[in-house]
Design a binder for this molecule. Structure first.
Ligand code: FPP
Length: 245
């Protein structure tokens, strides 16, 4: 892990989490408080996503995973789902291209097949265009559900056993992890959930076995770079034992 020296305060040196996960929660409540449609909350949340992604890349985070749309979010009213899809398209066309200057590698984790062709094309283009960059890896979890991810991994491992590529006895945690969307990436060190909810909501269940959680009483559209600093400070105050003593 790198040592994080806060730009504004050279005396503060902290261990920087290599991989941060964020459950971007609270957009709806933010909008409701302002008598705005929920879609306005998502739009404000998307702006914050852009700011926080840039900031993470600037301070040297190696992997950032943001939860943008879960396998369960399709149950929301049609107008909210279409507003979100519109927002994703807009961002994939503009903001993500900007990440080029920061050398950010964009990856999507989740099942792309349920999105419309235009969105899938944009997702694939973003992945292709950014894959040879050398900066932070940004995983955008879209139509992502951790249980779904685990079932897919179980199926992939079963195929390998059936076709004789591996013996059942040789299946271990490393092999299983290689079948997840996050194959080859370190597990998240820190997961941040704004909006004060104490839930994991089907996010990185396998990968978060030893992750430190920070719940913050801020709605995502109000989340700032100072809040991220605060979460990193709280992470530094934890004594991570990974099951040892
Ligand atoms: C959860 O808040 C948030 C979402 C389901 C959508 C998150 C999406 C964004 C922030 C847009 C990001 C854009 C890109 C391109 C990645 P909620 O609606 O459940 O809030 P609530 O709990 O207050 O109702």
């Amino acid at each position: 892990m790198a040592i994080f020296k806060k730009k504004s305060d050279a005396d503060v040196s902290l261990v920087l989490p290599e991989h941060i996960g964020i459950i971007m929660d609270g957009n709806g409540r933010w909008a409701k408080k302002r008598f705005l449609p929920r879609s306005a909350g998502h739009r404000a949340g998307a702006k914050v996503f852009r700011t926080i992604t840039r900031y993470c890349s600037d301070i040297g985070v190696k992997y950032l995973t943001v939860y943008a749309f879960s396998t369960e979010n399709w149950r929301r009213p049609n107008d909210e789902v279409s507003a979100l899809m519109g927002l994703f398209k807009e961002y994939l066309e503009e903001a993500l291209r900007d990440f080029k200057d920061d050398s950010i590698v964009v990856r999507f984790i989740g099942d792309k097949s349920q999105f419309d062709d235009e969105l899938v094309k944009l997702m694939v283009e973003n992945e292709e265009e950014s894959k040879n960059r050398d900066g932070m890896v940004l995983n955008i979890a879209m139509n992502y559900g951790s249980r779904d991810e685990i079932i897919r991994a179980v199926k992939a491992v079963s195929e390998d056993v059936k076709d004789g590529r591996i013996d059942i006895g040789a299946i271990d945690e490393k092999y299983f992890s290689s079948k997840l969307y996050t194959a080859g990436q370190p597990d998240p060190d820190l997961i941040i959930r704004p909006s004060g909810e104490y839930r994991i909501s089907n996010f990185m269940l396998w990968q978060s076995a030893y992750t430190e959680f920070v719940i913050m009483n801020k709605l995502w559209p109000d989340f700032t770079t100072e809040d991220l600093d605060e979460a990193i400070k709280l992470f530094n105050s934890r004594n991570r034992r990974f099951g040892g003593v």
